[in-house]
Design a protein around this ligand. Structure first.
Ligand SMILES: [Zn+2]
Ligand SMILES: [Zn+2]
Length: 201
């Protein structure tokens, strides 16, 4: 999967954890995407999220497919858990920028880490006869593409990937910003990025 979910501690420490909170850079819980809920608890000493047994966990987190991209299902086991300031229902689907209070005075945010796919067009891209928004041409199996966070692929044939080809399609190098309606994101050359960083709040 090109994206993975992470739970970041709020960069602003609050109330009872103020003096013992681990630095926000280290207080990151990466949700494993292995098809089963990851059960978590809170370390009472420093507010860190830790893996837990299903029997004693505060909540379970599970990556689920949504109509567009992925969501993070949360199974709340504790009545004190809040999502965006409201009591959590037993099962909710969270997304980037949602704020979770796992315990009074302890605030976390949901975000996603994205790594572009780089390689030959996938079976799905070929089957769906998707076209490149830059050159409007369909993707050929021998081409190389790079994807945006929104899922849109772009041609990215380089001198390394296609040394013998004349007329390389290097659409990505020409756009660098996604042309899809409702997207417009700046694209990276394959580096991982957070789709949203709570420190930007
Ligand atoms: Zn193209
Ligand atoms: Zn895009």
């Amino acid at each position: 999967m090109p994206t993975s979910f992470e739970i970041h501690a709020s960069p602003v420490a609050t109330m009872e954890y103020r003096h013992s909170l681990v630095p926000a850079d280290e207080a990151i819980f990466a949700v494993p995407d292995h098809g089963e809920p990851a059960w978590i608890c809170v370390d009472k000493a420093n507010g860190q999220l830790l893996p837990a047994d299903p029997g004693s966990a505060l909540a379970g987190l599970l990556v689920v497919a949504r109509r567009l991209g992925q969501g993070l299902a949360m199974f709340a086991r504790d009545a004190d858990i809040l999502v965006n300031g409201l009591p959590a229902v037993p099962c909710s689907v969270l997304t980037t920028r949602d704020a979770i209070t796992f315990a009074p005075g302890l605030l976390h945010y949901v975000t996603e880490r994205f790594k572009p796919f780089i390689g030959p067009p996938s079976e799905d891209m070929l089957k769906q006869k998707r076209t490149c928004p830059c050159c409007q041409l369909p993707f050929e199996p021998a081409s190389r593409v790079i994807t945006c966070y929104c899922g849109q692929p772009y041609h990215w044939e380089s001198t390394e990937s296609h040394p013998d080809k004349s007329g390389r399609l290097d659409c990505f190098e020409r756009v660098r910003k996604c042309l899809s309606p409702n997207c417009g994101r700046a694209m990276t050359r394959g580096e991982e990025t957070l789709t949203w960083d709570p420190r930007d709040l």
